[in-house]
Unconditional design. Structure first.
Length: 228
């Protein structure tokens, strides 16, 4: 076994799933087709995380800023997340995956009914899978890092009042599509995360790409501000 692969795995991997729209545009397809292809990538990455032995996987599904997209796309994304949960929760449950949503429960008034339907689906998926311990899938939906910090600070000490205070900090944060920014994602939890950027568009990212990112992480030395 190589020195890198003998090093500890990341306990918590977070992913900014970027590039669905560009993937679709490159093929002359609607943006919605990119999101559908992104679902297949997500399932493959979840299965890959299980194979590797990752304990926590956070994915950026819908940000607090995404409400500003065209109404047609927002409505699609809300319905798409609801349909994805209905279609995949039984399978994920059989794999031992616990599905947990983090983010705000309120949004723009014009989307209140649709949002309530999606949140009900998330609540049901959590209840179904809450006893699973093999992998915790944290779906960051209607989520923003600044919003989380504002909400936490309003309730008391920030570490104790995050949306999921029991979840460990992010060890490895992956962003696809070549963009190199955090985009308001898990700002507190990713303070000392190792960052991994790849040009691969999210629909083309898979379990093998995840394994490559983990191997890269294992080859790094984490110092947390101290000397090596």
């Amino acid at each position: 076994m190589s020195e890198a692969t003998s090093r500890p795995l990341p306990r918590h991997v977070a992913v900014i799933m970027d590039g669905n729209g560009r993937w679709a545009a490159a093929r002359g397809l609607e943006r919605t087709a990119g999101h559908e292809a992104g679902e297949r990538a997500l399932m493959d990455v979840i299965e890959g995380a299980l194979d590797i032995g990752i304990r926590y996987l956070s994915v950026y599904a819908f940000s607090t800023e995404n409400w500003g997209r065209p109404r047609r796309e927002v409505e699609f994304l809300l319905g798409f997340n609801r349909a994805l949960l209905r279609a995949r929760r039984d399978y994920l449950n059989s794999l031992g995956v616990r599905i947990r949503r983090i983010g705000r429960r309120s949004g723009p008034p014009e989307y209140a009914e649709l949002l309530a339907d999606v949140l009900a689906e998330f609540d049901g998926a959590f209840e179904m899978t809450r006893s699973n311990r093999r992998l915790e899938l944290l779906v960051c939906f209607n989520y923003g890092g600044r919003a989380e910090l504002e909400d936490a600070a309003a309730r008391g000490p920030i570490p104790d009042n995050l949306y999921a205070p029991d979840v460990p900090d992010v060890d490895l944060l992956i962003r696809t599509s070549g963009e190199m920014r955090l985009s308001n994602f898990l700002l507190w939890q990713a303070a000392y995360a190792e960052l991994y950027f790849t040009d691969t568009l999210w629909p083309d990212f898979d379990r093998h790409a995840l394994a490559a990112a983990v191997a890269d992480y294992q080859g790094r030395e984490r110092r947390f501000g101290a000397l090596g």
